[in-house]
Design a protein around this ligand. Structure first.
Ligand SMILES: [Zn+2]
Ligand SMILES: [Zn+2]
Length: 155
């Protein structure tokens, strides 16, 4: 039976020897390379100017909140139209806690899936985009692993 080390053409570790970080790094780099090819195969490119709208279901279920005394006193503004909120005015609240006039945020979310203020992303109904997001998250994790590895080797 061929061992892992025969297949990979490298020396087995002696007792007490540390695992080969370079080999590990090479494997991570190879993984990233494969990920880049997957991007090219993707067919659709998503960027700042090309994002799907927020999921209709999520938008329908956004909580409504009422502007409180203190919020009105602080002259909180709707970030979309820059008008002050009135006391007792009903507004929509995104998961990032930012509040907007219903009439201001609904047309926005029909075009874009993120908060106009902080870019917090809402789920979408676009399967391709959701897969793309998962892929991006994995790529980020890999970047983080590489950085940690780099720090453990050279830090
Ligand atoms: Zn507004
Ligand atoms: Zn926000």
């Amino acid at each position: 039976m061929a061992s892992y080390f025969d297949e990979h053409d490298c020396e087995p570790l002696n007792d007490g020897e540390q695992p080969n970080h370079l080999l590990h790094m090479a494997r991570l780099l190879l993984d990233s390379g494969l990920a880049a090819e997957w991007d090219i195969e993707y067919g659709r490119v998503f960027g700042r100017d090309n994002v799907p709208p927020a999921s209709k279901k999520v938008v329908e279920n956004l909580p409504t909140s009422v502007i409180s005394n203190s919020e009105a006193a602080l002259e909180r503004k709707c970030p979309v139209c820059i008008a002050n909120f009135d006391l007792d005015e009903e507004v929509k609240q995104l998961p990032c806690q930012h509040k907007f006039h219903t009439d201001c945020i609904l047309p926005w979310l029909a075009k874009v899936n993120s908060c106009p203020l902080c870019r917090y992303e809402l789920p979408t109904d676009d399967e391709d985009y959701e897969n793309f997001k998962k892929h991006k998250a994995r790529a980020k994790q890999r970047e983080y692993e590489l950085e940690n590895l780099h720090n453990s080797m050279f830090g």
